[in-house]
Design a protein around this ligand. Structure first.
Ligand code: BYC
Length: 481
């Protein structure tokens, strides 16, 4: 076995030499049935027997790492795949800057590392649980296949974190791995760990917003863990990022296609004003102001995933060399941040002001700023789609103080423009900024399944190209397998 090729001879495909690592192999094999039970209970409802045209990771070679074929989801080969080890890799930041990367867990950072790995691991099954009912209302077989692809890969990302727990954290790791299968998204007694992963994903617009905004938090967090001085975590997350790109593609193109369809329908019907909501809805498409409300919701929920703007947890993880910044190795500074500052938006005397904070404690804020810039680039592409149709409307990101539950602005009520308002105004107006019950009901009314190959629901345009370059009428999911 080379490091590039995946060993399929064991029950668990891997490129980490599991055959020779009997103890870890046994631990993973013991965990496997629980995972399958969880997948059957909490994975895509109603489609476990369907044949789905899925990609499976078969190598970690960037030039050809996946193969496509029809698979029943419970038979998907969830594997443990790490990016190849970089010879002589050094810790790229923090107080151990320049020392050789760790191949074992440094004792003093054990608890911190375990916590980060568990939090990362917890989000993966959570998202599968959140999305489990979407299959029943998929707008096409193409989209149906995409949600399942995302789901099986989130399952693999859970495996990736469970491997680290089982291999490097002994008994505690095994306990944590078991608990990852016990918490449930939205369960009042055993919720998932982070806020956004306990929210419902009630419809496909939410799913596409989630894969654009929340998977993009995933990208940023994985990018910072990919910098880690703990080499196995770095290598695992680097390979996860390869898969993650498709998830964000699903979100970005899903929203892009929805915008396209709405704008085309408006133009065809001669509707110039995007605020003529009832007229637009009567065309069987989702009006742009409702899409903006969903965007406000998912962006603000995702901002919460970056933790507090000023955080000693984040400073400690950076100092320790455990979690770095986005593209750490490309940043030109001392990578220790002992004397630098970073501007943070804070509430000062009732006003939102920019304040310089020690850069070390502002690590979350910096990552969040990088995230916002990345989101904005996606919005620019969406706005181009709208613009090309000739409809006069622009999407923008709400202010970071809007609708927050974590950090500096959690006690505050602010509009999407960042104006501070009192509780009464918020209560009166929040339906203008966030999806209301009526908006939800309307979107739900459009969520009718379309399962004929090559056909699409009224509210979404077909994709420009198929998955794996398949033709438009390709049968991505054989439902009655
Ligand atoms: N909800 O210093 P603080 C993905 C807690 S998504 C609930 O402000 P810190 C994916 C925090 O735990 C990426 N609790 O924040 C996407 C702490 O509690 P304790 C997932 C929260 O620690 C789509 C306290 O508040 N990966 O992969 O600097 C589909 C004070 O914490 C929240 C990661 O997040 C919240 N939103 O930063 C599938 C990476 N925020 O310990 C997958 C690993 C904070 O005092 N995690 N708290 O009880 C981390 O790096 C950090 O833990 C966080 C928080 C960025 C989440």
């Amino acid at each position: 076995m080379t490091i590039q090729n995946v060993d399929y001879s064991t029950k668990i495909p891997n490129n980490v030499g599991l055959t020779e690592d009997r103890q870890v192999l046994r631990a993973l094999e013991q965990w496997h049935p629980g995972f399958i039970n969880w997948w059957m209970d909490m994975g895509p409802a109603g489609f476990q027997e369907a044949l789905v045209y899925l990609r499976t990771a078969v190598s970690v070679d960037p030039k050809g790492w996946a193969k496509f074929d029809y698979v029943k989801m419970p038979e998907y080969r969830w594997g443990v795949l790490l990016a190849p080890q970089e010879e002589g890799r050094k810790i790229p930041f923090g107080r151990h800057y320049g020392e050789p990367a760790w191949q074992e867990v440094p004792g003093e950072y054990r608890a911190m590392l375990r916590r980060l790995i568990v939090i990362q691991g917890d989000t993966e099954p959570a998202s599968v649980e959140q999305q489990r009912h979407l299959g029943k209302t998929a707008p096409s077989l193409y989209d149906l296949r995409n949600v399942f692809q995302v789901n099986v890969e989130e399952g693999r990302h859970l495996w990736a974190m469970v491997y680290l727990l089982q291999k490097y954290f002994g008994r505690d790791g095994r306990d944590e791995a078991a608990e990852l299968l016990q918490r449930r998204s939205g369960d009042p007694d055993k919720p998932r760990m982070l806020g956004a992963f306990n929210e419902a994903t009630p419809d496909w617009l939410s799913f596409h917003m989630f894969t654009f905004f929340t998977d993009r938090d995933g990208k940023m967090q994985l990018e910072s863990l990919a910098q880690s001085g703990f080499d196995p975590l770095s290598r695992t997350t680097r390979f996860m990022l390869t898969e993650e790109a498709h998830h964000m593609f699903v979100g970005e193109t899903g929203i892009g296609r929805t915008l396209q369809r709405t704008c085309e329908a408006m133009k065809q019907a001669g509707i110039e004003d995007p605020n003529e909501i009832e007229k637009v809805r009567a065309l069987g498409v989702i009006d742009l102001p409702t899409m903006k409300k969903k965007l406000n919701l998912h962006y603000s929920l995702s901002l919460d995933l970056f933790g507090s703007e000023v955080s000693t947890n984040a400073a400690n993880a950076f100092n320790a060399g455990i979690k770095g910044r986005f593209q750490e190795t490309k940043i030109e500074d001392d990578h220790k941040l002992e004397n630098s500052t970073y501007p943070v938006l804070k509430l000062v005397d009732g006003e939102i002001k920019r304040v310089d904070e020690p850069a070390l404690t502002a690590i979350n804020m910096r990552l969040r700023d990088d995230y916002t810039a990345d989101c904005q680039r996606g919005l620019d592409r969406w706005n181009k789609i709208i613009e090309r149709t000739g409809v006069q409307y622009r999407l923008d990101l709400p202010h970071v103080a809007f609708h927050r539950h974590i950090g500096e602005f959690k006690e505050l009520k602010a509009t999407p423009d960042g104006a501070i308002v009192d509780e009464a105004t918020w209560q009166r107006d929040h339906d203008k900024w966030l999806p209301s019950k009526d908006d939800g009901d309307f979107i739900q009314s459009l969520m009718k399944p379309v399962i004929e190959p090559g056909k699409f629901a009224s509210w979404i345009a077909p994709p420009r190209v198929g998955i794996d370059n398949k033709p438009g009428d390709f049968e991505y999911v054989k439902i009655a397998a």
